[in-house]
Design a protein around this ligand. Structure first.
Ligand SMILES: Cc1ncc(COP(=O)(O)O)c(C=O)c1O
Length: 472
C-alpha cells in the first residue's frame, strides 16, 4: 500500500493531490500526459510501480487491528456460560453498563421530544463542522461552565460518545512509546485504545478499603519522563466510587508536581448519591490542564445515541493553540458526532427536568443499598458500597471458596448453578472481585442476591484448609 498517496477535500470536490487536478481517478492516481502516476504526500509525481505484480492474495489485518483487544470480551467470550435451565437468567454483568437493557430506566420525555423536534426540523441532515455545531457546543459550554472552571464554545469538542472523546484525548496527548497512568480497577477502554497506538499503560492502584481512593504514593512512583497523561475516572466504573474534594486536590497535586496533564473521565459526573458531592476535577485545578470527557450516555440514559464531548480546561494556557488544533485535526478523521443529536442537544440540556436526574439517582442508590445490605451478610463476600455511578464491586474471599480457582471460575459456576452472571473483575485486571451493574429492576436485584447467597453458602468453607479439595 502506498500510504503517501492522499485525497484532499476542497469546496466539496474531491481533489487528488496538490496543483491542478487532471483527470482524477477513484484510486488516488491521476493520468498525466506521459502515463499513470501516483501523487505523493508532498505533491510530487513519480511513476507508479507497475511491474511487481503479486502472485496471490495476501490480505492481513493491520498491526493496529491485531493490537486492539477488549479485555472484557476476551474474558467473557472464553467463559463457559451454561445457565441452570430451571432458573431464568439474570445478567448483572452488562459489559458496558447499558442502563436501557431492562427497560426499567427510560430516558425523560423531554429528551425524546428534543430528538423528535430535531428530526422534524429537517435542519440536521447534513454534515456539521467536525468538532460540532457552534450552537450545540455553546449549549454544552453553558451547561458545564462555572466560575471555578469557565468554558466557552471554543473549549468544547463534540464527539461520537465519550469513547471517541477518550480516543481523541489520548491521541492528542500521547505518542507511541509514551506511557499513561490508568486506574486499577478501571474502565478497560483506556488500555484497549492505548495499546493499539503503541502507548504503554501503567496501572495505578485504587484502594478498596478506602472507598477506592487512589494509592497516591503508588501513582507517583509510576511517573517518568515518558508519562504523557494521567487518567482519572470519577465517579468510577467499575467501582461506583466518588472522590472527595480533598482527595481530588491530592491527585491534582501529584499531576502538578510532575507536570502531567489529566484526562478526567467524567461520564458519570453528577451521578452521585444524595449526601455526596462530586466536584469536577477542573473546578479544583489551578494549574493542571485537563481534558474532561463526558456525554449523554449515562446521565441521560441514552448510550446508543453516541453523543460525547471533550471540555478543554487549559489552565495557564499549557495546552495552547497546538493541542486545540490537534484535537480539531483528529476530529476531522470521522467528521464529528451525529448531527440529529447535536440538533437536540441544547434542548436536552436545558429542558430535562431536575426530577428525572434525581429519580434516576434515587433508584441507583436504593438498588445499591439492597445489593450491599444483602451481600454484606453473605459468608465470604465483601461488597464495597458505592457512592455514585451504576456499579458495585464485591470482593471474594477466595481462600474460603476452594472449589474455585479464581473470580472467573467463581462467576462461571454462579451462572451454571444459579443463572446469575456477574462480571469477573479480572476483566478490569483486578482479580478476586466481581462487578454488579445496579440498573436492573429491583425485584431482579433481590432475586439475584438471594441466589448469590445460596451459592456462597453451598461453597463456603470456614477455613482455608480445603485448598486440596479441588485435587480430590
Ligand atoms: C468510565 C466510562 N467512560 C466512558 C464510557 C463510554 O461512554 P460512551 O458510551 O458515551 O462512549 C463508559 C461506558 O460504559 C464508561 O463506563
Amino acid at each position: 500500500m502506498d500510504n503517501q498517496a492522499y485525497v484532499v477535500q476542497m469546496n466539496g470536490n474531491a481533489v487528488h493531490g496538490k496543483g491542478p487536478a487532471k483527470c482524477p481517478t477513484p484510486n488516488g492516481t491521476r493520468v498525466t500526459g506521459n502515463g499513470m502516476h501516483r501523487v505523493g504526500a508532498n505533491g510530487s509525481l513519480y511513476p507508479a510501480k507497475g511491474k511487481s505484480r503479486r502472485l496471490g492474495w495476501d490480505v492481513k489485518p493491520s498491526v493496529m487491528a491485531n493490537n486492539t483487544v477488549n479485555p472484557i470480551r476476551a474474558i467473557v467470550d472464553s467463559m463457559k456460560l451454561s445457565p441452570n435451565p430451571d432458573k431464568p437468567m439474570i445478567a448483572l454483568s452488562i459489559a458496558s453498563g447499558d442502563p436501557t437493557v431492562f427497560g426499567n430506566l427510560p430516558t425523560d420525555d423531554a429528551v425524546l421530544r428534543a430528538m423528535k423536534d430535531a428530526i422534524d426540523s429537517h435542519q440536521y441532515n447534513g454534515y456539521s463542522p467536525s468538532i460540532g455545531y457552534l450552537k450545540s457546543r455553546q449549549a454544552v459550554a453553558n451547561f458545564y461552565s462555572s466560575s471555578e472552571a469557565p468554558l466557552t464554545a471554543e473549549d468544547v469538542i463534540l464527539t461520537s460518545g465519550c469513547s471517541q472523546a477518550i480516543d481523541l484525548a489520548i491521541s492528542v496527548l500521547c505518542n507511541p512509546g509514551d506511557n499513561i497512568l490508568v486506574p486499577c480497577p478501571g474502565f478497560s477502554l483506556y488500555k484497549t485504545l492505548a495499546v493499539s497506538m503503541g502507548i504503554e499503560v501503567k496501572l495505578y492502584n485504587l484502594l478498596p478499603d478506602r472507598s477506592w481512593e487512589v494509592d497516591l504514593p503508588h501513582l507517583e512512583s509510576l511517573i517518568d519522563e515518558r508519562t504523557s497523561c494521567l487518567i482519572v475516572t470519577n465517579p468510577s466504573n467499575p467501582c461506583g466510587s466518588v472522590f472527595t474534594k480533598e482527595h481530588i486536590q491530592k491527585i491534582l497535586k501529584v499531576a502538578s508536581r510532575h507536570r502531567v496533564p489529566v484526562l478526567a473521565d467524567e461520564i458519570y459526573g453528577d451521578m452521585v448519591f444524595p449526601g455526596c458531592s462530586s466536584p469536577s476535577l477542573a473546578s479544583l485545578s489551578s494549574d493542571v490542564p485537563i481534558l474532561s470527557c463526558g456525554g449523554l450516555a449515562k446521565r441521560w440514559l441514552v448510550p446508543g445515541w453516541r453523543m460525547g464531548w471533550i471540555l478543554i480546561h487549559d489552565r495557564n494556557e499549557v495546552f495552547g493553540p497546538a493541542i486545540r488544533q490537534g484535537l480539531v485535526k483528529l476530529s476531522q478523521r470521522i467528521l464529528g458526532a451525529c448531527t440529529i443529536i447535536q440538533g437536540a442537544l441544547e434542548s436536552i440540556l436545558n429542558n430535562t427536568p431536575q426530577s428525572f436526574y434525581s429519580n434516576t439517582i434515587s433508584f441507583l442508590k436504593s438498588n445499591s443499598e439492597i445489593c450491599f445490605n444483602e451481600l454484606s451478610t453473605v459468608p465470604g463476600l465483601n461488597p464495597v458500597m458505592p457512592s455514585g455511578a451504576m456499579y458495585l464491586m464485591v470482593g471474594i474471599e477466595v481462600d474460603h471458596f476452594p472449589d474455585f480457582k479464581d473470580d472467573v471460575d467463581f462467576t462461571e459456576h454462579l451462572v451454571t448453578e444459579q443463572s446469575v452472571f456477574c462480571l469477573p473483575a479480572s476483566a478490569f485486571e483486578y482479580p478476586n472481585f466481581f462487578r454488579i451493574v445496579v440498573t436492573v429492576p429491583q425485584e431482579m436485584m433481590v432475586e439475584a442476591c438471594g441466589r448469590i447467597r445460596e451459592f456462597c453458602q453451598r461453597h463456603y468453607r470456614p477455613s482455608s484448609s480445603g485448598s486440596n479439595d479441588l485435587d480430590q
